[in-house]
Design a protein around this ligand. Structure first.
Ligand SMILES: CC(C)(COP(=O)(O)OP(=O)(O)OC[C@H]1O[C@@H](n2cnc3c(N)ncnc32)[C@H](O)[C@@H]1OP(=O)(O)O)[C@@H](O)C(=O)NCCC(=O)NCCS
Length: 226
């Protein structure tokens, strides 16, 4: 039986190591065209390196040349590879990129930099459920920043695992405050609440990251790429 796995790859997309790679050559014609739609050179480079790293990583599982992989996009934007046994998802913030690859089920991952934001209260109002807001308000300022991201990455990882994106309504995705691997409620509800499991991805002190998947019995590795 094939072992179940989840690999989380992390990379700095603007590292010196990344600069030495010719990721542009790994892109397909559409991606090369998209590069020109970014006006700033830094944004072009970030796009090239993100796509190049994604292709390089996927190539190791699919046993294919990175440039030959046919990455498609589903209705709401989730990327996937047709007819393959692997599921993947990615998230980036600043120069950091994480890619989760698994053979277990659909997967979603979200990465955010832990930082104070001027519009934090507005985001809390929009994204947290009534119960979450209530307990959030009772926290100290420092705890509020952490708790916001703690909940945010879990909710985003869920809507990315499902593939619908934030239009699903983040305030309706409620993280179970007791059993931290579960959701209390998700949009549409029903049996699917119990389908999805939350896994904390520990990276460092500055970032918060979580993934959502349908089963938590798997071999897990965090792999650092350049
Ligand atoms: C997906 C989404 C939650 C990402 O939010 P974010 O925090 O800004 O970005 P992240 O860095 O975490 O993730 C971005 C990556 O998620 C992936 N992604 C995009 N849409 C996705 C979706 N619906 N489900 C899962 N993953 C998705 C992409 O690979 C994207 O990377 P790329 O832009 O380099 O290709 C948000 O953009 C969203 O809700 N999108 C859906 C938009 C939508 O409903 N469009 C309908 C028009 S068809």
């Amino acid at each position: 039986m094939t072992e179940k796995f989840v690999d989380v790859w992390q990379a700095n997309i603007l590292s010196q190591e990344a600069a030495k790679q010719n990721y542009y050559e790994l892109l397909n014609a559409d991606e090369k065209q998209k590069v020109d739609t970014f006006l700033r050179a830094e944004l072009q480079q970030k796009y090239i390196n993100t796509r190049g790293i994604l292709r390089k990583v996927l190539g190791t599982y699919l046993n294919m040349k990175p440039q030959d992989i046919n990455i498609k996009t589903a209705e709401y934007g989730k990327p996937f590879v047709d007819d393959s046994e692997i599921f993947f998802n990615l998230s980036h913030t600043g120069n950091k990129l994480v890619i989760a690859v698994s053979n277990v089920s659909e997967i979603g991952i979200d990465l955010e930099q832990l930082r104070g934001r001027k519009n934090l209260k507005g985001l809390v109002k929009k994204c947290l459920s009534t119960v979450e807001k209530k307990s959030w308000e009772s926290l100290s300022e420092q705890q509020q920043i952490f708790m916001f991201y703690y909940l945010w990455v879990r909710k985003e990882a869920l809507v990315k695992a499902i593939g619908r994106g934030i239009a699903m309504g983040l305030d309706q995705c409620i993280v179970d405050p007791v059993q931290q691997t579960k959701f209390l409620s998700i949009p549409g509800g029903g049996d699917s609440i119990n389908d999805w499991k939350i896994v904390e991805v520990k990276l460092n002190q500055e970032d918060v990251c979580a993934l959502v998947i349908k089963d938590i019995n798997f071999n897990y590795q965090l792999i650092e790429l350049e």
